[in-house]
Write a protein that binds this ligand. Structure first.
Ligand SMILES: CC(C)(COP(=O)(O)OP(=O)(O)OC[C@H]1O[C@@H](n2cnc3c(N)ncnc32)[C@H](O)[C@@H]1OP(=O)(O)O)[C@@H](O)C(=O)NCCC(=O)NCCS
Length: 167
């Protein structure tokens, strides 16, 4: 499950010893913060899609996901019930951004959503002003599906972005 991006970065599954580093990255990089218990419960339920990027033994980025069952929100299969991956949170420390880690974290999570959980699609919410993240998601093949007005605590709207993973 381990894989190298550049020679010094390692993409691997989250382990409980990483918890406080992940919480610290989340608090530094995003206004949406969660309790310790929330991180741990997602890890226990969906360990294959909680991935970290590590450099010299330190965690520098993470992605945390949930697998949900429900009606597909992809228009060409509107009434079928299927598994959907949901990217809950992703962040890379500022000093390690633009090195391909965000992309590597998402690609590993998407691969594992299919391989371990048979997810048919993946979706996420993103602030409409978050250009770097929106560009990253589009580069990986996500498309804007809908807008949720006032989704964030400060009132900002969210795009829901979706990517089909398999038939
Ligand atoms: C969004 C985030 C995870 C991207 O991580 P990253 O490791 O820098 O992303 P990558 O290096 O893999 O970037 C891949 C592509 O995304 C796009 N991208 C990433 N950051 C960008 C930026 N600041 N400006 C423009 N495009 C950007 C580019 O297309 C980039 O490809 P390129 O470098 O070949 O041009 C990172 O900026 C971050 O942690 N932001 C704060 C937390 C956050 O907003 N999370 C998302 C919440 S929905």
């Amino acid at each position: 499950m381990e894989g190298k991006t550049a020679s010094t970065y390692n993409i691997r599954k989250f382990e409980l010893k990483d918890l406080y580093q992940v919480i610290s990255i989340n608090r530094r990089c995003l206004p949406e913060n969660y309790s310790e218990g929330f991180f741990v419960s997602l890890y226990r339920s969906f360990p294959e899609t909680f991935i970290v990027a590590e450099k010299d033994g330190a965690v520098v980025g993470y992605i945390m996901c949930r697998i949900e069952s429900g009606f597909s929100n992809i228009s060409f299969t509107p009434f079928s019930i299927s598994k959907k991956g949901h990217i809950i949170s992703i962040a890379v420390l500022p000093e390690h951004q633009r090195k391909g880690l965000g992309q590597a974290l998402i690609e590993k999570a998407l691969e594992n959503m299919v391989k371990f959980y048979n997810a048919k699609s993946c979706y996420l919410e993103v602030r409409v002003s978050n250009e770097p993240a929106i560009r990253l998601y589009k580069k990986i093949g996500f498309e804007v599906h809908t807008v949720i007005r006032g989704y964030y605590a400060d009132g900002e709207n969210a795009y829901v972005m979706i990517k089909k993973l398999q038939e």
